[in-house]
Write a protein that binds this ligand. Structure first.
Ligand SMILES: Nc1ncnc2c1ncn2[C@@H]1O[C@H](COP(=O)(O)OP(=O)(O)OP(=O)(O)O)[C@@H](O)[C@H]1O
Ligand SMILES: [Mg+2]
Length: 230
């Protein structure tokens, strides 16, 4: 896929940024579907053709293979369900960011064994988070991508997400104890980190990446709190 987004990250036009964020998200969905479920279905379709022939020669073997195909199909259905769930995560505006993150944590711990901690500043616990629905979803997307990176790359044992306030912004820190990396190295065709920074800036905030090979990764984001909760 030819176009790279990072060349024009300096563009400040908010409408342009919004559109690019959407396009980037679509690109990811297309890639996730292509790399995951589609590959599995192609594979299963070929295996079914083989089973068809096998049935004439060795029906017992064919039966066993059919059971394996059935299992893989179930796995693939779950994977697609997961992709759909991630597209429209639980009604965040109803249950709130913290409950949504807790539910994401539970799922990740169940799937991967990664230990997840959430620490929330006392001041934030006193009243509902003053984040508009758009910023609430945007912040959730930051957490989602950070956790997806941790699962894919970090080889971490634990992750801690901390929420606090600073200068009328929400401060979000995501810290893992994994292998770390050199943030100065930009990999072409990898947009997750750049999109996270862009998303934070689009919400009127900012983002920082701190990581050293062998010493884990810490992402820090600031998202302006809203005076009026919509
Ligand atoms: N928490 C982390 N621990 C270790 N390495 C990381 C972590 N997060 C990112 N990286 C490294 O930084 C690279 C860039 O991350 P980025 O999210 O931009 O792209 P990606 O995850 O490889 O692909 P994409 O996000 O586009 O699916 C990763 O390929 C990985 O090498
Ligand atoms: Mg990524």
């Amino acid at each position: 896929m030819g176009h790279t987004f990072d060349e024009d990250f300096s563009i400040r036009d908010p409408q342009d940024r919004g559109i690019r964020l959407l396009e980037e998200e679509r690109r990811r969905i297309a890639r996730d579907l292509h790399d995951g479920p589609i590959q599995v279905l192609i594979n299963l379709s070929m295996r079914l053709q083989i089973v068809q022939r096998m049935m004439l020669t060795d029906s017992k073997l064919a039966d066993e293979e059919l059971q394996r195909i059935q299992q893989r199909l179930t796995g693939s259905i779950n994977e697609i369900r997961q992709l759909i769930y991630d597209l429209q995560p639980v009604a965040i505006d109803e249950i709130g960011l913290i409950a949504a993150v807790t539910s994401l944590f539970n799922r990740i711990t169940q799937d991967t064994g990664l230990t997840c901690h959430l620490t929330i500043d006392e001041a934030l616990k006193e009243k509902p988070l003053a984040l508009s629905p758009a910023r609430t979803i945007g912040t959730y997307r930051l957490i989602q991508e950070a956790l997806s990176n941790i699962r894919k790359h970090a080889q971490a044992e634990s992750v801690t997400i901390a929420l606090s306030t600073r200068d009328s912004s929400l401060k979000l820190t995501i810290h893992d104890d994994g292998i770390g990396f050199d943030p100065a190295t930009r990999l072409s065709g990898h947009f997750g980190l750049a999109t996270m920074i862009e998303r934070a800036e689009y919400m009127g905030g900012s983002g920082e990446i701190h990581s050293t090979a062998g010493q884990g990764t810490r992402l820090i984001f600031f998202v302006p709190l809203d005076n009026h909760v919509a």
